[in-house]
Design a protein around this ligand. Structure first.
Ligand SMILES: Nc1ncnc2c1ncn2[C@@H]1O[C@H](COP(=O)(O)OP(=O)(O)O)[C@@H](O)[C@H]1O
Ligand SMILES: [Mg+2]
Length: 387
């Protein structure tokens, strides 16, 4: 089920907060490395968990390779390579400016500009947009066969898909541009006349806003003038890759009402926007407890025979715990059916709720094992239609 997705150049893991996107992303990359591929997992998650889990202290913006010996020691030998990096939006933006600014002077002017500093650090969408730019860089890099992309929670995952458009709209947007009114907008006026007009507008605005702020906006926009096209072009390239059969989107879901509803919404949105949805990864599923004794007296007798103290009370407690576990597992099964109906097929993978959180390589290897386990019955999953 998951196999087709593992052949794709870019695997995107999305889903609601806390469902296991970061864990599944790392497990996918680990599995690819086990199969001899060179895989890089990119996290946008500011939590250090991924770095910690992979035993990579201080994961940064540059890809870091997991130590092969450490993977082997943790029982997850890899004949390929496992790389990881943590997105640093500001570093990515600075690199872009350095690379695409027409000359040194423009470059310095942009980097020192306060609007730029604000934009590159904090403006909504810039983080997601930079993920797109970073993805573009990594695809060009040539060191990786696969890039596995971890994403922020669902509401932001949708932002992530929209980010390229939003970014170009903002940077090239009318709201800001009216302040500098580029010549081509009203060529017939002539540049000089327009400049006079603009400065009149600016003069008024200066009184109500901070003068320096406006100067910064004007300078930022004129510095960026020649770079819009590049932004739009790269965003377009990433978008067409992400909507092609070189990409696969896995929707990670947990068998709880709200995350399940979020997953269904995400699947709908992916399909609507033409992103290749490759299946749901249902994480933290509680297994139906093995055929357990139901007769409390019988169990008490057997416990007693084993020398257990207070056997009747113990038997009652054990059966109650088993009953709870069974109820949770059945609830999970119900939600699974609901999800399958909404997503047009059964989950691509089902990962059990592990007793020990998968916070290290061994745990991730366990998740990876479940991810590719063929025991998942899936006759007509949506991945089949991906070809
Ligand atoms: N199958 C699982 N069994 C047990 N714990 C899990 C499992 N998958 C994830 N976790 C734990 O759940 C928490 C959230 O997982 P994480 O991957 O960080 O989610 P997200 O990136 O979607 O916010 C983490 O503490 C992680 O270790
Ligand atoms: Mg995460």
């Amino acid at each position: 089920m998951i196999e087709a997705a593992l052949e794709r150049r870019v695997v995107v893991c999305c889903g609601a907060g806390g469902v296991g996107k970061t864990t599944v992303s790392a497990a996918v990359a680990l599995e690819l490395a086990r199969r001899g591929r060179r895989a890089a997992v990119v996290t946008i998650d500011p939590a250090r968990r991924l770095a910690d889990a992979l035993g990579m202290a201080g994961l940064g913006d540059e890809p870091t390779e997991a130590d092969g010996a450490a993977l082997r020691a943790a029982g997850a030998p890899a004949s390929g390579q496992l790389w990881a990096l943590q997105l640093d939006a500001k570093a990515t933006f600075d690199r872009l400016v350095a690379r695409y600014a027409p000359d040194e002077e423009v470059r310095e002017r942009i980097l020192a500009n306060r609007i730029y500093q604000h934009l590159s650090g904090a403006v909504a969408g810039s983080q997601e947009y930079m993920a797109v730019e970073r993805l573009h860089e990594l695809l060009e890099d040539g060191r990786f066969d696969h890039i596995v992309l971890d994403t922020p929670p669902a509401e932001n995952a949708l932002d992530f898909l929209d980010a390229p458009e939003r970014m170009t709209r903002f940077v090239g947007g009318k709201a800001l541009r009216v302040l500098t009114a580029p010549a081509e907008d009203s060529a017939w006026l002539g540049r000089r006349a327009l400049a006079a007009g603009t400065s009149a507008v600016m003069a008024v605005l200066r009184r109500v806003t901070g003068a320096e702020l406006l100067d910064d906006i004007a300078e930022f926009l004129s510095s960026f003038e020649g770079m819009y096209a590049g932004f739009a072009e790269r965003a377009g390239e990433v978008r067409s890759l992400l909507t092609s059969d070189e990409a696969a989107f896995l929707v990670v879901a947990a068998p709880e009402e709200e995350p399940a509803a979020a997953a269904v919404e995400l699947v709908r949105r992916l399909e609507e926007d033409g992103f290749p949805f490759a299946g749901i990864v249902l994480n933290r599923v509680h297994r139906l407890p093995p055929g357990a004794p139901r007769d409390v007296d019988d169990l008490a007798r057997r416990l007693d025979a084993l020398g257990a103290p207070r056997a009747p009370a113990l038997a009652a407690a054990v059966l109650e715990a088993l009953e709870d576990a069974r109820a949770v597992a059945i609830r999970d099964l119900d939600l699974r059916e609901g999800l399958a109906a909404a997503a047009g097929g059964p989950a691509a993978a089902v990962i059990p709720a592990l007793e020990r959180e998968p916070v290290d390589v061994a745990g991730l290897a366990e998740v990876a094992g479940a991810l590719v386990s063929p025991s998942v019955s899936a006759k007509r999953g949506p991945i089949a239609s991906l070809g």
